[in-house]
Design a protein around this ligand. Structure first.
Ligand SMILES: [Fe+2]
Length: 225
């Protein structure tokens, strides 16, 4: 499978890139380095047609502005419950949240404005059906807790799940002290992810990939928050 990984932004976000058309690219969670992402696509004589967001935290959206400047027709996919983190309030939300986390200084005004979402996702949606990388599309799995609108994107045909900041490798999960974080919802979401088959590979928003089989062994540390 032709999946390219870029590490972007202030918290080393995993930004996944793949073809969603013959010469068009989709980027998941462009957390920064927008110019670099645009240059890559131009070097491939391609365009960017979509941005998929596992959630709307600043470190997953900071690259969007540069991308939209270069390719104004980009469609942004975000769950409805995180949509308020984009559009006219994007800077205020990002700055308020990162100040609360004690790292307000990393929010760069030059990363804004960020346009609002174009496609508001909900659980069970199947997106990008017919794309070269995911002919059967990607299934939206709603996994709130780290943020209200956190989602995973699951491909049954490729046996992979993009998990954003909901679950990471080695038995850890996303923090719940961000705006709208909810520990009980996160526990339910983690149970849901762990109910998928053992051989599903998870591709988190930060850090290395893993197999669900491995993460199921870390259950006690995973649920220790
Ligand atoms: Fe996050």
């Amino acid at each position: 499978m032709d999946l390219r990984l870029f590490t972007t932004g202030v918290i080393c976000t995993n930004t996944y890139c793949f073809l969603d058309g013959e010469k068009s690219f989709s980027f998941m969670d462009p957390g920064g380095n927008g110019k670099e992402l645009v240059e890559y696509v131009k070097s491939q004589n391609g365009v960017i047609s979509s941005v998929l967001l596992t959630h709307g935290h600043y470190d997953h959206i900071a690259g969007i502005r540069c991308m939209v400047e270069a390719f104004p027709n980009i469609k942004i996919y975000v769950h409805g419950d995180d949509a308020y983190r984009l559009g006219e309030n994007a800077f205020d939300v990002a700055y308020r949240e990162f100040v609360q986390l004690g790292i307000g200084e990393v929010v760069d005004n030059n990363d804004f404005p960020i346009p609002p979402g174009d496609v508001l996702l909900k659980d069970g949606d199947v997106i990008l059906k017919g794309s070269p990388t995911f002919p059967d599309g990607l299934q939206v799995v709603s996994t709130p807790g780290h943020s209200p609108g956190s989602v995973c994107f699951f491909s049954a045909e490729k046996n992979i799940m993009f998990t954003g900041d909901t679950i990471f490798a080695q038995g850890s999960c996303g923090r719940i002290d961000c705006e709208g974080g909810d520990g009980e919802k996160l526990k339910t979401s983690l149970e849901r992810i762990l109910s998928f088959p053992d051989d599903v590979e998870i591709l988190p928003g930060h850090g290395p990939a893993s197999l669900l089989k491995t993460e199921k062994k870390f259950r006690s540390s995973l649920f220790s928050f």
